[in-house]
Design a protein around this ligand. Structure first.
Ligand SMILES: NC(=O)c1ccc[n+]([C@@H]2O[C@H](COP(=O)([O-])OP(=O)(O)OC[C@H]3O[C@@H](n4cnc5c(N)ncnc54)[C@H](OP(=O)(O)O)[C@@H]3O)[C@@H](O)[C@H]2O)c1
Length: 399
């Protein structure tokens, strides 16, 4: 029997707590339409001095025109819904459902773009099974998929102080594969001024994970040698750029077709995993951010300096019951006997970090890499593509 310290227990259950606050948001059920609130919101929209459909000065983005569609009139919206766990073809449907009603501390957002993450796949399939204790034992508690968003504020709750209708924002919400979503004002920030909605929607979860993993868990410092396994994916493409912005010397691991792209976003060295096993290269790093989990903890430890840090952040969807928990447990046990720090973390949505990312993006230090864009109706195809595990950067959904 392995006795774990308080901090080790915390680390093990970090994954379990994955997006705890997100889950709380996911608990909302779609309310019946509230005519009073809708009328109030429509009045605010109609009278908002900024107007809608105006061109954006100083940027190349085109604001999608706000149209009073039949859906708007009857308080309905289109959304990707699911009522049971399963594959994207079997459980995802594009449906007209009631628009959510805004609470006092929330903003109502007209979503212009969202992005797909492995997180969505886990919620759609209910895998690994242990996560159903939170997401819903037999059926999903939440019925609209998607967490990343970029869009325009259409209405604000009574207690909202930081936003007003017309603001263009990006961030994290629950059920963003939809025309409208209500989100806490503390989980969104003003859009980076140099990004389109599509680019901005690709940022929150993936770049937030990269930032928190490198800065908070990894304690990255200028001059550190950092290895990123999975450098060409959604999190990896942000991690390469953020690590460079911190002044690190970055090595990215990816397959042959992504070598040029990973180098182009700033990696100093690229290891093609089809040609070379990075655990046998003889190189030593101060930190390894592992976004794949295809090597054992002892193999990964081999590439670390004596005081190096191994940071695990992967889902291992092939392990249906426990996902990455078994590997994380092995890692935590090992970390008791070695000089390196071996740890995991769960990204937490956080307005301050969205602002940090906005600044990095506006300074030209981080630019989203977008692989493919799908319309809302093709979310099932987008998730299927993501599931293959070989995206080059992010998958964006236009709404
Ligand atoms: N801890 C958290 O809070 C948190 C938050 C978000 C995501 N995550 C986890 O982070 C992981 C990465 O997420 P993501 O959004 O970046 O996923 P993703 O976009 O689906 O990652 C796909 C990338 O993985 C690469 N890859 C596949 N096999 C590889 C291998 N053997 N070696 C190196 N690279 C390989 C692929 O590159 P090739 O095509 O070149 O193979 C592809 O570019 C996921 O497991 C996700 O669950 C954790």
């Amino acid at each position: 029997m392995v006795r774990m310290s308080e901090s080790e227990r915390n680390e093990l259950w970090n994954l379990w707590e994955a997006g705890q606050s997100l889950h709380q948001q996911l608990d909302w059920t779609i309310p019946p339409s509230d005519q009073g609130v809708q009328h109030h919101l429509h009045r605010r929209i109609a009278t908002h001095p900024a107007g809608y459909g105006r061109p954006q000065s100083g940027s190349d983005r085109t604001l999608l025109p706000f149209t009073e569609s039949a859906n708007d009139q009857n308080s309905m919206m289109r959304a990707i819904v699911y009522h049971e766990y399963g594959s994207s073809d079997d459980v995802l449907e594009l449906k007209d459902i009631d628009k959510p009603a805004v609470k006092d501390d929330e903003v109502l957002v007209r979503v212009h773009a969202a992005s797909a993450n492995p997180y969505d796949w886990h919620f759609m399939t209910g895998l690994p099974y242990f996560m159903r204790l939170q997401a819903g034992l037999l059926k999903p508690k939440a019925n609209v998929l998607g967490v990343d968003l970029a869009g325009q504020v259409e209405g604000v709750g009574k207690k909202v102080t930081q936003f007003q209708p017309g603001d263009e924002i990006f961030g994290i919400g629950a059920g963003t594969f939809a025309e409208y979503v209500c989100v806490s004002e503390n989980s969104v920030a003003l859009n980076p001024t140099n990004l389109t909605f599509e680019q901005a929607a690709s940022v929150p979860l993936a770049a937030g994970t990269a930032l928190q993993g490198l800065r908070d868990t990894g304690q990255i410092q200028a001059g550190h040698k950092v290895l990123i396994n999975g450098a060409s994916g959604g999190v990896g493409t942000f991690a390469v750029q953020i690590a460079k912005a911190f002044g690190a010397e970055v090595t990215g691991v990816c397959s042959t077709r992504n070598v040029v792209m990973v180098r182009s976003i700033g990696a100093d060295h690229v290891i093609d995993y089809t040609q070379e096993n990075f655990t046998r290269s003889g190189q030593r790093y101060d930190m390894m951010l592992d976004l794949v989990g295809n090597r054992s903890p002892s193999e990964c430890r081999r590439v670390l300096n004596p005081k190096g840090r191994y940071i695990a952040s992967f889902g291992q969807p092939e392990h249906r019951w426990l996902g990455p928990l078994a590997q994380l447990l092995r890692m935590l046990v090992m970390s008791r006997f070695v000089s390196q720090k071996m740890t995991t973390f769960t990204a937490k949505e956080n307005k301050e970090d969205l602002v940090v990312l906005k600044e990095l993006i506006e300074a030209g230090k981080v630019t989203p890499v977008i692989d493919r864009t799908y319309p809302l109706s093709e979310v099932p195809e987008a998730i299927r593509y993501l599931e293959e595990g070989h995206t080059q950067g992010k998958i964006v959904i236009t709404v």
